[in-house]
Design a protein around this ligand. Sequence first.
Ligand code: FAD
Ligand code: UDP
Length: 395
Amino acid sequence: MNVWSKKMPDVIVVGAGFAGTVVARELAEAGKHVLVVEKRNHIAGNMYDTVNEDGILIHQYGPHIFHTNNEEVAQYLDKFGKWKPYQHRVKGMIKGTEVPIPFNFYSMENLFSAQQCKILQTYLQQYFGNKHRVSILELMNCEEKVVKTLGHYIYANVFDGYTTKQWGVSNVKNIDHSVLERVPVVLGYDNRYFNDRIQQMPVDGYTALFENMLNHENIECLLRTDMDSIIKFEYDGTILLQGEVFHGIFVYTGMPDKLLQNCYGALPYRSLDLQFETIEKDSFQSVAVMNYPTSEVFTRITEFKKLTGQQKTGVTTILREYPEAFEDKPGQEAYYPIENEENHALYEKYETTLTSCWSNLYLCGRLAEYKYYNMDAVVERALALSKEILEKEVK
Ligand code: FAD
Ligand code: UDP
């Protein structure tokens, strides 16, 4: 890793996260010579995991759990490493009580009397029948008064404070509904955070998986290199690599506004101040992730040993996530696109200009496409893009 022969590549990929790495691997397999340019000092993008000085395997950019219903994506990733089943369980600290999240019938029993639960469950069943998962908005907008009141109660205790902290908004109207719909209300006794058919963690960690993906004779990977230091975009439609015209395929997985010096204004993102702490204890909390919807400045605490299954006594490392506006300060990362109509319109301006000016440029990934992609969706998109690029070449 981190060598470049200085040979002109067929393909340049900016970013060694899932988007860039999958495209690099697919095009390399098709015989293309690929140069991956990554500004960080490591591969794996936000999936990067590493053992800290206390011997605990941590996820440097926040907790990452692989879950999908896309068997093709899971099978693709099986080629690069072993996976172990993992069911993610989250609790929320609500009024001093640990309550399972997504809110479900167990959560209800933690907060209401047995009689109240019986009444609520009867109403829910009458209204929603056999539906197992509903969105908080469906509950809040329900015509049935008891269900609506329950919806408002859950919103106030699970969603309101967390969403305000995470997105810096004071009103649910300012946030795209798809964000809230990521975490449903479960009408039953299912405590799992996700209900996808495949839920797993890489046995040797994500970074090892990425090493295997990038380990190909046709891939060269340049770390600690911001693309700006070796690549220039000219407004006549050419791309220069170290001063020489690059005629190949250019796949970009970073922030699109940066490529055009924020000419239409900066695309808004949310960032996180990630605070790690190692504690001299076997265990810190009852689950891998504890959410704090109604108290604290941070949104959640992750305890890594419970996420990765690492067995180590005497110490445990936790992570508190403090959401903040992305201001492009040194060391700050753009983690979340803020999806709403206004920001989508701004994104489209960048996308249109970029793809019409530079015909060999492709945008892929959470930042580059301004989409709140999960890992599986990014892999799916990167596989589809690779196919599209190769098919275009044949024509
Ligand atoms: P990234 O992983 O961000 O990769 C982009 C890469 O491009 C980075 O390495 C960056 O350094 C590099 N880059 C950018 N600009 C330049 C430049 N100018 N020059 C060189 N390099 C550049 N998804 C799940 O499925 N499950 C989860 O549990 C989950 N948890 C998450 C938790 C958090 C806190 C966050 C923020 C996201 C989570 N995700 C999760 C989403 C997941 O992280 C994304 O789907 C994934 O990171 C997208 O991959 P990517 O390649 O698009 O982006
Ligand atoms: N959310 C919430 N309370 C919770 C968990 C999630 O309000 O206890 C909302 C919040 O708006 C959050 C969104 O649901 O941003 C999506 O949550 P998810 O866990 O998918 O976020 P991620 O893991 O992507 O940070």
